[in-house]
Design a protein around this ligand. Structure first.
Ligand code: UDX
Length: 435
């Protein structure tokens, strides 16, 4: 497709990635944000997001002139072929998505667009939103299209330029095909469908991933009681291509800015449609219980009480590869530990030492978090934690490590004289498991 003129509204994680990558794909992009400081920083290629490859693309495309940032919506958008809406749709009071920011953008662009411009909603929006926005926009000569994003934090550029799929939904199939052709350079499989289906694909995918994770976390709990090893069980499962080989690692629960929001939103949609989506309800409830399960393990490891116990936390972000602590299961566990009187020191390679994050005193070295702690808890799957000098930790008399991610080398840690409490492994004393 020839170069198109695209306005992206919202320079957050989704909008900035889309703006930079559309420019990289050869389009002429203006990225709009209400935050002047953010616009000024981005105009200097100063990218604060922890996304590999994003800053170099922003810098390069500023250089080509295909990408620019502006503060506030330009008065004249008549030259623009597509307007991408990438503003936040946070969880509202009732669990449903709050769409005020999206509606505001539609109100603002209504009188600035020429005919045949396509309004594309990339923000995650509940099913039925495109048809509501079409009425709100009230421009029969302008189509509104759903184009959900499937970016994983820490892999946003990779996932945008090499997507596993492009999904576009609209009752105006011509407009949908025009949007799909913007991604021609990615050669990704493309699904063009109605707006409701496109909106639902996003929620359906994220909620399925969440369900898979809650399933494996419950399976891990069962393994402990049955003398089975979750690593072997999931290895056996992975060999079935229908199950897939990822999202089968137990953890302290799933978190981040998407899965918790999207599971609540889809459940709210199901409730308003009077559909009993109890499987999703159970997925969410299982995840809420996971933090309490971890706390029980830590409390047991501390001898039954956490009052005044010094606990060292390894990992604070919601997953490895990001600096994002929003809805982090690690912090959910930390607050529960603090509520029982634990004194928390935490280390995370992407969280600056010296700060306090909630009840956690953040330090700059994993060994500072470990030294002086009666119990150490691995909460985020940063690979560096497996490579720590566990012999030194053992020599320092650190008795117990709770590994909620099954990340640590069991043999090496135990040989260092450390009592390792893993997840989904046979309880100590059961002998039918491999080291
Ligand atoms: C997710 C979806 O993957 C992505 O497609 C969508 O566009 C946005 O939401 P993200 O929020 O970046 O992406 O997180 P993801 O990588 O999916 O991880 C979600 C949570 O699951 C994290 O807390 C992670 O630690 C946890 N997780 C993931 C596990 O506990 N075990 C696993 O095997 C994988």
């Amino acid at each position: 497709m020839a170069s198109q003129r695209i306005a992206v509204v919202g320079a957050g994680y989704v909008g900035l990635t889309a703006a930079a990558c559309f420019a990289r794909l050869g389009h002429d992009v203006v990225c709009v944000d209400v935050d002047k400081a953010k616009v000024d920083a981005l105009s200097r290629a100063d990218v604060s997001l922890h996304e590999p490859g994003l800053a170099p693309i922003v810098s390069a495309e500023l250089g080509t002139g295909r990408l620019r940032f502006v503060h506030g919506l330009p008065d004249d958008l008549s030259e623009v072929d597509f307007v991408f809406v990438a503003v936040p749709t946070p969880t509202g009071a009732d669990g449903a998505a709050d769409l005020n920011a999206v509606d505001t953008v539609l109100d603002q662009v209504r009188d600035r667009l020429s005919a045949n411009t396509v309004v594309v909603v990339k923000s995650t929006i509940p099913v039925g939103t495109v048809s509501r926005l079409t009425a709100l926009l009230n421009r029969p000569d302008i189509a509104v299209v759903s184009n959900p994003e499937f970016l994983r934090e820490g892999h946003a550029v990779e996932d945008f330029l090499h997507p596993q799929r492009v999904v576009v939904g609209s009752e105006n199939q011509t407009a949908a095909r025009r949007v799909a052709s913007l991604y021609a350079g990615t050669r990704a499989p493309t699904l063009i469908t109605g707006s409701a289906s496109a909106e639902l694909v996003k929620y359906a995918s994220n909620c399925f991933l969440a369900m898979k994770l809650s399933y494996v976390n419950s399976l891990a709990e069962l393994c402990e009681q049955l003398g089975a090893d979750i690593a072997d069980v999931t290895e056996g499962m992975r060999l079935d291509q229908r199950i897939g080989s990822t999202f089968l690692t137990p953890g302290p629960g799933w978190g981040g800015s998407c899965l918790p929001k999207d599971t609540k939103a889809l459940l709210a949609t199901a409730l308003s449609a009077e559909v009993d989506f109890s499987l999703l309800d159970a997925t969410i409830a299982t995840n809420s219980r996971q933090a309490h399960r971890v706390v029980a393990k830590v409390r047991d490891a501390a001898g039954g009480s956490l009052t005044g116990v010094r606990v060292g936390l390894l990992g604070l972000t919601f997953k490895a590869g990001t600096d994002d602590v929003r809805d982090s299961p690690a912090l959910a566990v930390a607050e529960l530990l603090a509520a029982e009187g634990a004194e928390l020191t935490g280390y995370d390679p992407c969280v600056p030492g010296g700060d306090a994050v909630g009840s956690v005193r953040v330090v700059a070295s994993p060994y500072t978090a470990i030294d002086g702690a009666s119990v150490v808890v691995v909460l985020t799957e940063w690979p560096e934690f497996a490579e720590l000098d566990w012999k030194r930790v053992g020599d320092g008399g650190r008795a117990v490590v709770v590994d909620t991610r099954d990340l640590l080398p069991v043999k090496k840690v135990r040989e260092a004289g450390i009592r390792l409490v893993a997840v989904g492994k046979p309880l100590v004393g059961q002998n039918n498991h491999r080291e």
